[in-house]
Design a protein around this ligand. Structure first.
Ligand SMILES: Nc1nc2c(c(=O)[nH]1)N[C@H]1C(S)=C(S)[C@@H](COP(=O)(O)O)O[C@H]1N2
Ligand SMILES: [Mo]
Length: 315
């Protein structure tokens, strides 16, 4: 029996829920905050080294959402359906050691230790993130192109899709315990192979220059900035290349509401609410609604992937 999450509630976020208690206005305070979060959630006994990054032309110059909001207001149902629950409970997740299996229709399937796939110098990618519920953020991710990892396993000509799976570990993920379950685990997602190989698609290992806090999907999560946030699957343990379109958690849960493509599109309403506008989370007292952009503002980069496709039918 599946518990039906109250997704629509996200479209009516109270300012009191989204306004951080303290707002960090300068970068120094921000970084101190980032180190604090990382130290608390990742490495209780050791200093956290900042990640080495280079800037990216794909970054937006919009103001990043304050770190506190990025790490306190989350969707990560493995730790509960409340926006505050990932920040409260994700600390329980062991993220080291971590390995990722990359298999399916590839010439060189392998299970990689995390440290063997993360480049020493990664990129900073400041991206907009638009949740299907109607809120958005601007997040300075640290990561590398998914295409770099896929190249290492040599996809076969027959591969057309890429399937992703999150860890299943009820001992540490309290949302996976008990009778009422928000989703069927493991959380799964998928992309068409050309979407997966697109240069905007990254695997992120950090944000604000520090390793990912657990609530944001440590130690490795997908970021596909032109699609609704649920496509950006967290805490990945398996990536499989397939011939058929893989089933995905949200489209199995509510197929008429959440499709495989899930491209951000102000002209295609969710059956229960409009997608024309969104609200930036923090730092203001009252975040004003702003128009949602086609493909979340990445239209020039990605529209060609969908040339001739009916975007209403393929939501
Ligand atoms: N494994 C997993 N990945 C997930 C989710 C989840 O519940 N479980 N939630 C998704 C949703 S709905 C959104 S909006 C983004 C939120 O990412 P953030 O918390 O880092 O902002 O993560 C996505 N990835
Ligand atoms: Mo979301």
């Amino acid at each position: 029996m599946a518990y039906r999450p109250r997704l629509a509630a996200g479209a009516r976020i109270l300012p009191s829920e989204i306004t951080p208690k303290e707002v960090y206005f300068n970068r120094r305070a921000l970084m101190a905050g980032a180190a604090g979060v990382a130290a608390m959630t990742l490495l209780p006994d050791a200093a956290v080294a900042a990640l080495e990054t280079t800037p990216s032309p794909f970054s937006t110059d919009e103001t990043p959402t304050p770190l506190e909001a990025v790490t306190a207001y989350n969707n990560f149902y493995e730790f509960g359906v409340g926006k505050d629950e990932p920040a409260r409970y994700a600390e329980a997740l062991t993220t080291d050691p971590w390995s990722v299996a990359v298999d399916g229709l590839v010439a060189r399937p392998a299970t990689f230790a995390l440290e063997d796939i993360v480049p020493k110098v990664q990129e900073e990618r400041i991206y907009r993130l638009r949740c299907v519920e109607g809120w958005s953020m601007v997040i300075p991710w640290v990561g590398f192109p998914l295409s770099d990892l896929l190249a290492r396993v040599e996809p076969l000509g027959s591969a057309r899709y890429v399937a992703f799976e999150t860890l299943e570990r009820p001992d540490e993920m309290r949302g996976q315990r008990g009778f009422f379950q928000a989703l069927d685990w493991p959380y799964t997602e998928g992309l068409r192979l050309d979407e997966a190989l697109h240069p905007l698609t990254i695997l992120a290992t950090g944000l604000y220059g520090e390793p990912l806090p657990n609530q944001n999907g440590a130690p490795l999560r997908l970021v596909v900035p032109w699609k609704y946030g649920f496509k950006s699957i967290k805490s990945i343990v398996r990536i499989s290349l397939t011939e058929e379109q893989p089933p995905t958690s949200w489209s199995r849960q509510a197929p008429r509401e959440y499709g495989f493509y899930a491209n951000v599109n102000p002209d295609v309403s969710h059956p229960r609410w409009s997608q024309e506008k969104e609200r930036r989370v923090g730092p203001g007292l009252i975040a004003a609604y702003q128009p949602t952009l086609m493909f979340n503002g990445y239209e020039e980069d990605v529209a060609h992937l969908y040339a001739g496709m009916d975007l209403k039918a393929n939501y």
